[in-house]
Each structure stands twice: as C-alpha cells, then as structure tokens.
Design a protein around this ligand. Sequence first.
Ligand SMILES: Cc1cc2nc3c(=O)[nH]c(=O)nc-3n(C[C@H](O)[C@H](O)[C@H](O)COP(=O)(O)OP(=O)(O)OC[C@H]3O[C@@H](n4cnc5c(N)ncnc54)[C@H](O)[C@@H]3O)c2cc1C
Length: 601
Amino acid sequence: MPTYTAPTRDTRFIVNEVLDLASYGNLPGFENATPDMIDTVINEAGKFCAEVLAPINQAGDEHGCTRHEDGSVTTPPGFKEAYQAYVESGWGTLAQPEEFGGQGLPHVLGFVLEEYTGTANQAFAMYPGLTAGAISAILAKGSDEQKAMYVPKMISGEWSGTMNLTEPHCGTDLGMIRTKAVPNGDGTYAITGTKIFISAGEHDLTSNIIHLVLAKTPGAPDSTKGISLFIVPKFILDENGEPAQRNGVSCGSIEKKMGIHGNATCLLNYDGATGYMVGEENKGLAAMFIMMNAARLGVGIQGYAQAEVAYQNAVTYALDRRQGRALTGPADPAAKADPIFVHPDVRRMLMDAKVFTEAMRALCLWGALQVDLTHKAQTAEEREMADLLIGLMTPVIKGYGTDKGYDIANNMQQVYGGHGYVKEWGMEQFVRDSRIAMIYEGANGVQAMDLCGRKLAAGGGKAIQAFFAMIDEEIASAKQDETLKPMAERLEKALGEQKAATMWFMQNAMANPNHLGAGAHHYMHIMGIVTLGFFWLKMAKVAAAKLAGEPEDKAFYEAKLVSANYYAERFLPDAGALRRKLEAGSEYMMKLPAEAFATAA
Ligand SMILES: Cc1cc2nc3c(=O)[nH]c(=O)nc-3n(C[C@H](O)[C@H](O)[C@H](O)COP(=O)(O)OP(=O)(O)OC[C@H]3O[C@@H](n4cnc5c(N)ncnc54)[C@H](O)[C@@H]3O)c2cc1C
C-alpha cells in the first residue's frame, strides 16, 4: 500500500524562509499567524492528512461512490468518518473570515492544507474544496442575508457546496447553457435544466448541499452576457435557517470514470427547483469566475500534489528494488544487484519530480500570498499589483502545473516498471487521479488561451511587465553572488526566450489570431518553466545565505542548491525549443482540410 508523509520541513522553509510570512504581521489576519501558530498548523495538518485521509485513498478508489434508487449517494467506506473528523478539527475554517465563524488566518496556510489534503486523498479533498469555492462566490457577490444564511454552516463544514456550470452540450462555451430560471413572483426563481459532471453533487457527508448554478432568465441575451448565478439548496431552509423541504434537484446518475472514484461526479436534474439569484441578473458568469479562479488555483495544487505522493513512493521503491549494477561499478558488492536508485535514468525521473514539486509548492504558496495581499495589502498599488500578478499566474499554475504534474506522476509509475502498472502498488491510481486536473476548471488549452489572449494584454500589458521586472530584479541581484551566478544566467536566457515569444505574439497574432492559438500552449509552458526557475533562484538564494552561517540542517540547504542547479540545467533550456515551436506560427498546423485527417482508404 502506498504511503504519504506531509513534506512539513519543505513547507516551513517556503513559508518562513522564502516568503517570510512573519514579516507581514502588520496586515489584518496575519497578526494571528505567529511562528508558533504557523508551525502548529503545518504539523497538525500534515499529521491529519497522513493519518486520516491517506489510509482511505486506495479503498476510496476501489469502492467508489454508490448511487441508490432514490437518487441518494453514499461515499466510500471511511469517508464519512474522515469528513466528521475534518469538521471537528475545524480544518475548513482555517482561512475563512472570522465574522462567519472562520479563523481568519492567511490563505497561505489554507493552501498548505489544500496541498496536504489533495496529496493524501484528492477525491476526498474535493468535497471541502468545492465548498470553499462556493463560499468565496457567495461572500463576493451574495447579499448580506444570503451570506448570513449559508456561509457560517458552509464554513463549519455542516453543509457543503458545488459549482454547476457544465451541461451535456457545453463545457467550455458556457454562452450556450440552456438551464432556465423563471421568476416565481416572490423573488425566487424556478430552475429547470440538466447539469452534468457536477463534483460532489450528491453525497452523504453533510446535511445540506448548496449548489451554485448558472442559468438564464427569460429573454436574457443568448450568450455569456445572459447568464445569472443562483443558490439552489438541496433542502430549502425554514424560518430558523434549518434544512427543511426537499428542493427539486436530484442526482440522475453518477459517472463511471478514470480516477477520483471517491468523489461523486453527478448528473443533476433541476425540475423547477427553487433558486435565489446571487448578485445582478446577467452578471452570473463574472460571479462564478470568482469561484473558478479560486478553484483553478486549487486544481493547480492538485497537479503537483499527485506528483508529490507518487514521487515519495517512487523514492522508497527505487531505494529498495534491486536490478543491475551502477554504471561506475557495484554500489553494493555484497548484494547480487544494486538498488535501481543508482541508475542515472531513474535518478533523472526522481530529480525531475523533486525539482518540479518543490518549486510548484513555492509558486503556489507565493500565489496564496498574492491572494491575501489582493485584499489586505496596505496600499492600493500593492493590492492592484498582487491582483494583476495572481490573475496572470492563475492559468500558469493551473495549466502548466497540471500538465507537468501528470507527466511527473507518469514518470513515477515508470520507476516501478511493471509493478507500477498493477493496482497493488497504488501508482496507477495516482496517474489516473492526476489526469482530471488537466481537464476540469477549464481544460488546459483554454487556460493557455486565457493566458495569451487575455492576461498578457491585461492593463495594457502591466501584469506581464511586472512579472518580467520581478524576475529581472532577482537575476540582477543573484548575479552578484558567485554561487548563484550560473543559475541566474541560465534563467536570464530562458526569460529572454519568453520576452522574445511575447514580442513575436505582439507582432504576429493580430494579423493572424491562429498564430496565437497555435502557440498558446507553448507560451504557457515557457512561462511555467521560467516561473519555476525564478522560484528555484529565490530558494537557492535563501539556502546559500543559510549555508554561509553553518546551519543545523546543512544537508537540507545543500540539497536545495543541488536541486536549483539541476533545474537550471535541465528545465530552463526547454524554453528555447518551445519558443522556436511558437514562432513556427500556425501555417502547417491549420493547412490540411478535414478530409486529410480521415484514415479510410
Ligand atoms: C470528473 C469531472 C469533474 C467535473 N466537475 C465539474 C463541476 O464540479 N462543475 C462543473 O460545472 N463542471 C465540472 N466538470 C466539467 C469540466 O469542467 C468540463 O469537462 C471542462 O470544462 C471541459 O468541457 P467539455 O468537457 O464540455 O469539453 P469541450 O468544451 O467540448 O472541449 C473539448 C476540447 O476542446 C478544447 N476547446 C474547446 N473550446 C476551445 C477554445 N475556444 N479554444 C481552444 N480549445 C478549446 C478544450 O480545451 C478540450 O480539449 C467536471 C468534469 C469531469 C470529467
């Protein structure tokens, strides 16, 4: 059975030493995040996830969820008890506002928890994850009454939340949704339609489920401009705010799918269900985007979370499994063979995984800090800058993080040889579970288009210019230090490739938008590579400074320097090849007529 240990040392390194969270103590909510509190949250979250969630991950995959004839759904064995323990420990309250029963701690700590839960058990983590997204949409766009009615019980975990966008004929192109919202004349709406693929859409973990549903009111524009957002509770609340009458929403079926079997992916039928509009009519998509942006960051975390757990197990296996001899001569002459860990090709896969997961952790926790600063930084300029940066980075975290996370999980399966292909070792589950992150919350091709078609131009290019300036500054400072200089120079070169690719888009994509579409995926990967290079340089800087003072855990910091160099040598050069692909434009990609793709004689 695979195992999981939360990487608490690495998290503390990033939170305390790289981000220096304590230095933000003057901001609201951060004052409670004392070094002791930070340590406690990291350690206890790690313990909970390793001891309660990880042990039910494999059984969750095997049993999956069960839909009964009455439309009710039961989660896999152990999920209910684990959810109860999650609620009783107050994990869902961590980064939620105090006025609604949360602890008001920084999102940085909320993201730590998200990583650990997602690594230990992605299917389970999605139940509270979806709830957190729904809370953020209601808090941002709901009325005071809606916030008071729904948010406290969602924060406590008594009720859960969902997001309902997708319909059978539309996922990406939401302008086509058909679900109707007809006014009942009393301020409520009758919601009718079919939503598919709704994660956590029906289950037995909570006493109510608060669905956030996109629908169109009569006469609304037939496009994304005609979409409104509604709260549709599974049970309508009585005058005391308690779940009472069963609403007209039911689970028609659950999907049989490739992975995350422990999470119920539901087809939901809305038959005149009572709904309450959130925010303004026809402005629903913008409101839902608040939820989706939070969720996209969460999915980005899932990308490296599955890579992390697969990596942890692959390391153990590679140290244990003996095949062949080291190329440089037997490493363990007394045994018949050496551990496969000695083979450079196995090391390549393990090092790739190590440097990817550690840098993604740094990027995501930095991203969480930007989310905090967006609301809490002292000046308007700082708030605006944080908002621009996290807006720009969200498709990269989601798109690049999950593309690469899946690749890494795949490589970790490869470390096991044939044993990775059989169920017993659990590796194939990590690969299957990680695959969905490339698809939901906007497929990765759409993330790439969001980055290149919208975010690069946002604010007249202010965000991307700020990104370039942030990295230029780090490079300039690192070049002063002989230890860091080689890495800084490699990063400078990769950043140069990104700047050139950006310029190429500016000069060519207006004349032919297909050039943008053809290069968007490559650009997203160039930016992911450069961004992780930036975080490796930052981490190397901290490690080098520590090593100058003979720290207690010297090996940890030395490993950071080795990893940073490995990343600079092995990942950054890819930016150049990707830039050349991007600059090939779209001619040959788009040239062949549809018939040329057919294989029939
Ligand atoms: C397990 C699971 C859980 C899910 N959970 C939820 C949930 O909780 N709530 C919810 O509402 N939905 C959920 N979804 C739906 C998910 O978000 C959609 O499947 C996803 O957004 C893609 O939509 P689609 O499947 O209709 O694909 P399509 O939109 O048909 O896209 C198919 C392909 O075409 C590409 N494509 C489409 N349009 C463009 C474009 N303009 N430019 C470039 N490429 C394009 C896409 O990238 C994709 O590769 C879930 C799906 C699954 C499988």
